[in-house]
Design a protein around this ligand. Structure first.
Ligand code: UDP
Ligand code: MN
Length: 291
């Protein structure tokens, strides 16, 4: 009887030990997971407190549209920014990343953004003088600075769509509805560009087969391709955007927007250089007027 008991015990004991070890491993794993969850949620709280107010920054909420606007000081700058902000203020879940081509954040733009009522991030980076020549791509450093900011301050938990909004273009509100659903990279026609009434991606059976112009990128694609940047070297003039897209997607994966790329919802308007020929040489007014 006793020997039967011992023989059963020897058979069962290793199994009991295995079960105990398994249970132990599993509880350790859950505790690691819950610690990680604790830190992640704290991180989430800290981020929510930043001035960009990303309330409910999760995948179920409407993705935030991040518009990247390079801008530089000139007579029309405030007028351009005013026109843009009047459009952007009507877009929900919107975050404006304004990057000044300057070695400082200027007072004009700082004040302007503070009064704009828009969630924003204000960055600056000066374009080296050697790149400030006609025929050279513009705003390369500024766009890259904004991408860098997104990669530093946004995480895989944030849902968003990134697009590049030059300060002199004209944007229809419908464009934002279109781009909001960008899964990877979406494209659409642009009006008044390249010496033509419009340029558009060629679409066949819902797929992009030809060249493209306007585009938006899902935030997660920006984060997943940390090295994708606008390049000065090796990029022909006017090809910087498509060179950037080549780093993150394939033509056949592009998502056509704006009714299969048949509607123009953004115009490459350009502001005439203003004539300040009658500006007094020495300031005559008694007050300083910001224009
Ligand atoms: N830009 C800049 N620094 C410059 C020239 C342009 O930051 O020295 C910005 C400008 O404010 C605009 C974008 O780069 O948002 C594109 O410039 P622009 O509209 O002059 O170029 P376009 O594509 O119309 O020729
Ligand atoms: Mn322009």
């Amino acid at each position: 009887m006793k020997s039967l008991f011992y023989s059963r015990l020897f058979i069962l004991l290793p199994w009991v030990l295995i079960v105990i070890i398994m249970i132990d491993i599993d509880t350790k794993r859950t505790s690691v997971r819950s610690t990680a969850h604790f830190y992640l949620s704290r991180l989430g709280n800290a981020q929510r407190q930043d001035r960009t107010s990303r309330a409910g920054s999760n995948r179920t909420a409407l993705p935030v549209i991040y518009a990247i606007t390079p801008t530089y000081s000139r007579a029309v700058q405030k007028a351009e920014l005013t026109r843009l902000s009047n459009t952007f203020r009507q877009v929900q879940r919107f975050h404006w990343i304004v990057v000044e081509d300057s070695n400082i954040r200027t007072e004009l733009v700082s004040r302007f953004l503070a009064h704009s009522g828009l969630p924003h991030t204000h960055l600056h980076v000066l374009t080296p003088r050697r790149y400030k020549r006609s025929g050279m791509p513009r705003a390369t450093e500024q766009r890259n600075a904004a991408l860098g900011w997104l990669r530093m301050h946004r995480t895989p938990r944030d849902s968003g769509v990134v697009f590049f909004a030059d300060d002199d273009n004209t944007y229809s509100l419908e464009l934002f509805d279109e781009m909001r659903s960008t899964r990877q990279v979406s494209v659409w026609p642009v009006g008044l560009v390249g010496g033509r009434r419009y340029e558009r991606p060629l679409v066949e059976k819902g797929r992009v087969v030809g060249w493209y112009t306007g585009f938006a990128v899902n935030l997660q694609v920006v984060l997943a391709n940390p090295k994708a940047l606008f390049k000065r070297r090796g990029s022909q003039p006017g090809m910087q955007e498509s060179d950037f897209l080549k780093q993150i997607t394939k033509v056949e994966d592009l998502e056509p927007k704006a009714h299969n790329c048949t509607r123009v919802l953004v115009w490459h308007t350009r502001t005439e250089k203003v004539n300040l020929g009658n500006e007094p040489k020495h300031r005559q007014d008694t007050v300083v007027i910001e224009v």
